[in-house]
Design a protein around this ligand. Structure first.
Ligand code: NAD
Ligand code: DAU
Length: 327
């Protein structure tokens, strides 16, 4: 099929493009190329690339022409940035999703909205299911929840053939080093301090990006329109446990850990039940015990990918966010 992937130059979108190219699809990528979107993520892949924003109706019209389905990854994705400057989050998630839905409605094609476990908020015990109430707690998760509700409204009102797929915390190659795992790996490889928020006991439910991409693929091909599907990884870990494993894998020790001021409104624990997407035949392939060492190796072997980031404007972002210098 001919498929439009919005936000396909990002971390998970580019993993998904690989899955669909391997299945024989013709892929069009529409991407604004924000700081997190990179042509390097699509290097050597045969795709049609449209540079533009999902909130721009002309760019969307150009990109969607002839496509039989649309999968939307395009988003501002870092919680800390949403706390510092929420405006781009509102624009992309609210206006952008609206413009895409209108284009999908007039093209009459299938649609998958990629979403997050953060729309459910924090959970002390047990796991969220698809019928758990939405209780977002940051500008990031609130605007993602708003986009999900808009999709649901279009399904109900216009009969749009749309599904939503909500993932837990992803890790793997090509993740921008503002997120916990790549940030800690690159800092450890450089002997820089590892900034841990609060007491380091917040829990995240880790899924490899290849597994999340395969879950979205399953929802695209087999999901029932109007339904939501959660895709959580097999492992839940406290942040300190993740950081300690990265120190071991990089040959560093705990003297690099720095406890820093906690994130405002920091969710304590995320956990997703994935029974519903499993019932469509999906299973995760990666355990964290194997995926984390493979991810550390990828960053160690791919300096060409991260060096331009780490030597560019990321340095100012990092120093302002943490009040720490990068070596
Ligand atoms: P990312 O930040 O790596 O990539 C986002 C991509 O979207 C980039 O290529 C960026 O250029 C593009 N983009 C941003 N705004 C755009 C706009 N207005 N128009 C067109 N393109 C735009 O993000 P990611 O981690 O790959 O996340 C992809 C999706 O998965 C997001 O919707 C996110 O909410 C969701 N998600 C992420 C995770 C995670 O742990 N990273 C977990 C669950 C769900
Ligand atoms: O749960 C899915 C979500 O996971 C996605 O929807 C988001 O796009 C993605 O960014 C991610 O959000 P988190 O806020 O959970 O991820 P982050 O990597 O920013 O942080 C993971 C945990 O690590 C969190 O408890 C905060 C903590 N942390 C993070 C950073 C960047 C630190 O202790 N120090 C840090 O420097």
């Amino acid at each position: 099929m001919k498929l439009l992937v919005c936000g396909g130059a990002g971390f998970i979108g580019s993993a998904f493009v690989r899955v669909r190219l391997a299945a024989g699809d013709e892929v069009v990528v529409l991407d604004k190329l924000t700081y997190a979107g990179r042509r390097e993520n699509l290097q050597d892949l045969e795709i049609e690339f449209v540079h533009g924003a999902i909130e721009d109706p002309d760019a969307v019209a150009r990109a969607i022409a002839g496509c039989e389905a649309v999968v939307n990854f395009a988003a501002e994705t870092h919680v800390d940035r949403s706390i510092a400057e929420p405006d781009a989050f509102v624009r992309t998630h609210a206006q952008g999703t609206y413009v895409l839905l209108e284009a999908v409605r007039s093209a009459g094609v299938r649609y998958v909205q990629v979403s997050t476990d953060e729309v459910y908020g924090s959970i002390e015990e047990g796991s969220f299911t698809e019928s758990s109430p939405l209780a977002p707690s940051s500008p990031y998760s609130a605007t993602k929840a708003g986009a999900d509700l808009l999709v649901a409204g279009y399904v109900h009102t216009y009969g749009l053939e749309a599904c939503i797929c909500r993932g837990s915390n992803n890790y793997g190659p090509r993740q921008y080093p503002e997120k916990l795992i790549p940030l800690m790996i690159l800092n450890a490889l450089h002997g820089d301090p590892l900034p841990v928020y609060g007491d380091g006991k917040n829990v995240r439910n880790w899924i490899h990006a290849e597994d999340f991409a395969r879950a979205i693929d399953t929802v695209l091909l087999k999901g029932t329109p109007g339904e939501v599907y959660n895709a959580g990884g097999p492992d839940e870990l406290e942040n300190l446990d993740v950081v300690t494993r990265i120190l071991e894998l990089t040959g560093q020790d705990e003297s690099l850990i720095r406890y820093v001021t906690d994130r405002k409104g920091h969710d304590r624990r995320y956990s997703l039940s994935s029974d519903k997407v499993r019932s469509l035949g999906w299973e995760p392939n990666w355990l964290f015990a194997e995926g984390l060492p493979a991810t550390v190796d990828w960053y160690r072997d791919n300096e060409w990918w991260w060096e331009p980031i780490r030597s560019g404007e990321y340095r100012q972002y990092y120093e302002q966010q943490y009040g720490l210098k990068l070596g």
